[in-house]
Design a protein around this ligand. Structure first.
Ligand code: ADP
Ligand code: MG
Length: 553
């Protein structure tokens, strides 16, 4: 509320309020604490975290977004940082730890500037200048990657898997990520949802399989049907293969045996009719979204048709994309044109469950990956890892640009931004300078997590970049320099760009707050949710002058 320029805030009794530097310091510390919590997870030598929730459920992960999702953060400023990770995950699928660490470091450096009486607006302005310049620098060092460049794409998938606990399955998973994303790409767009991931406990990760088609959690409806059909002609129908129950409780009085026969005959002939239509279309397999009654099963089995009932709607849509079949809602319309194809459809027993595999679809626009592993912890973490791998391949397929990893782009950003700072006038220069120093936190942390001396590593990296070797990063095994691009440590340009962007936006949001009011109701005084408008980070840039913020509930 703003009255004549003076903020008027009416507080509930017992509300706590902190203003100015106190509020800023408190918020910044909370955000830094979150960033510190995930630092040790960064990179291939990062550690896993074991998280236990209030119900005693356990998650073992190395995934920044998951860590932040699982820990119950209370402080509103800390929540904003958690939000950074979420945005990063949704937008690009990788680089979550990176974005949070950079945000924390930006705030750490901003804090020092605030101590030197630099106004937050100046810092925010300088950060904006720096991040715009950073985007330019990244684009300048990026390399083009074409959709048919399997080697680079696989390296990109592998790089994202380097920091995940997927044991010896890295090669298999990165190959699958590339094949799967390329399969579902249409008009340079990849919809990750068209890649189904199915977890099945048992065996090991290396027994995971990519199916050029769909796997559905169903079984063949009747044991007298074939359990597999080669080169099936597939009908997808959204019609119940059963006699509709009358809506009213109709009674049919049967007085003679012949009437009973006639009645049954009629029912039988209606079902027979339906099955005839299916057979006439040439279908050898029926995947039905609704029910199939005993009689229909009997007739279908007699024709040697494999049938599955009550297939989920979402699976029907994917089946249509994979097999090229059209989902038919009226059997009268079913014709050969509506049928889809595959190399093989089969029922597979895994443990004590049965699954239907629709394999080897020609040019499937939807595919499935069945992840195997000893326990749910293993398959869960593998699914998270695979998700990142699919996302990074998608990012590069869609944009066509990648940068070297292993801390090399951040060293290059440091160098370029320092140079740029020299051209910036006034106090904003100090903020640009701080931004330049902040991004170096990534190679520094990679080195530290590998047990290396980060100062030595940074000195060597900077020297190499001064010589114009833009792709030199840290070899976390040896501590020596490595040409990251040649070594196959490659990341999407999109991931790096977004990580800087969301980090800067979060820092800005937190720096803009100079008044925090915590409502005491609800016990404990622990600040709960975020103020309105801060849930999504989309429009964060525009939140100027938050003199009188609404109380946080
Ligand atoms: P994020 O959640 O930010 O993706 P990760 O734990 O996945 O965090 O670590 C990503 C960082 O690890 C990137 O900077 C990437 O370049 C780096 N990295 C990946 N593989 C290697 C490697 N073999 N050597 C050095 N750095 C690597
Ligand atoms: Mg990663």
């Amino acid at each position: 509320m703003q009255l004549g320029g003076q903020p008027v805030i009416i507080l509930k009794e017992g509300s706590e309020r902190s203003r100015g530097r106190d509020a800023q310091r408190n918020n910044i510390q909370a955000a830094i604490a979150v960033a510190d919590a995930v630092r040790s997870a960064l990179g291939p030598r990062g550690m896993d975290k074991l998280l236990v929730d209030s119900l005693g459920d356990v998650v073992i992960t190395n995934d920044g977004a998951t860590i932040l999702d699982e820990i119950d953060v209370q402080h509103p400023a800390a929540k904003m940082l958690v939000q950074v990770a979420k945005v990063q995950d949704q937008e690009v699928g990788d680089g979550t730890t990176t974005s949070v660490i950079i945000a924390g470091e930006l705030l750490k450096r901003a804090e020092k500037l605030l101590d030197q009486k630099i106004h937050p607006t100046v810092i925010i302005g300088g950060f904006k200048l720096a991040s715009d310049k950073a985007a330019e620098i990244l684009q300048a060092i990026a390399n083009k990657v074409e959709a048919d460049d399997t080697e680079s794409l696989t390296a990109i998938a592998r790089t994202s898997l380097n920091s995940k606990s997927v044991g010896g399955a890295k090669t298999l998973l990165s190959d699958m990520a590339v094949t799967a994303t390329r399969a579902v790409m249409e008009d340079k767009k990849v919809d990750i949802d068209m890649i189904s991931i199915i977890q099945k406990q048992g065996k090991s990760l290396t027994d995971s399989e990519l199916i050029q088609g769909i796997v559905i959690d169903k079984e063949v409806v009747n044991t007298r049907m074939p359990s597999s059909v080669e080169k099936p002609s597939i009908a997808l129908i959204d019609v119940a293969l059963e006699i509709k129950k009358t809506e009213f409780d109709a009674k049919i009085r049967i007085t003679e045996a012949s009437m009973m026969d006639a009645f049954l005959d009629q029912e039988q002939s209606m079902i027979q009719d339906m099955v005839d239509k299916i057979q006439a279309s040439g279908a050898t397999t029926v995947l039905c979204q609704k029910g199939i009654d005993d009689l229909a099963q009997h007739f279908l089995a007699k024709q040697g048709i494999l049938a599955v009932r009550r297939v989920k709607k979402s699976d029907m849509e994917k089946l249509a994309r994979a097999t090229g079949a059209k989902v038919v809602t009226n059997l009268k319309d079913l014709s050969a044109d509506d049928l889809g194809s595959a190399g093989l459809i089969e029922e597979v027993q895994i443990g004590d469950e049965k699954l239907i595999y629709v394999r080897d679809c020609p040019n499937p626009k939807s595919v499935s990956i069945v992840l195997r592993g000893g326990t749910k912890y293993v398959t869960d973490e593998a699914e998270r890892a695979l998700h990142d791998a699919l996302c990074v391949v998608r990012d590069v397929l869609e944009d066509g640009w990648a940068v070297a990893g292993a801390g090399s782009p951040e060293i290059e950003l440091h160098r370029g931004l320092k140079e740029f700072a020299g051209t910036v006038k006034g106090r904003e220069q100090m903020a640009v300078d701080a931004f330049a120093d902040a991004v170096e936190i990534i190679p520094r942390t990679l080195a530290e997590n590998a047990g290396l001396d980060s100062i030595d590593v940074l000195v060597e990296l900077r020297a190499a970049h001064e010589q114009g070797n833009t792709n030199i990063g840290v070899n976390v095994e040896t501590g020596k320099n490595v040409d990251a691009f040649k070594a196959g440590i490659i990341e999407p340009l999109r991931v790096k760009r977004q990580a800087l962007r969301s980090a800067r936006e979060a820092a800005e949001l937190i720096l803009r707050i100079d008044d925090v009011i915590q409502s005491k109701s609800g016990g404990g005084g622990a600040p709960g949710g975020m103020p309105p408008g801060m849930g999504g980070m989309g429009g964060m840039g525009g939140m100027g002058g938050m003199g009188g913020m609404p109380p946080m509930m």
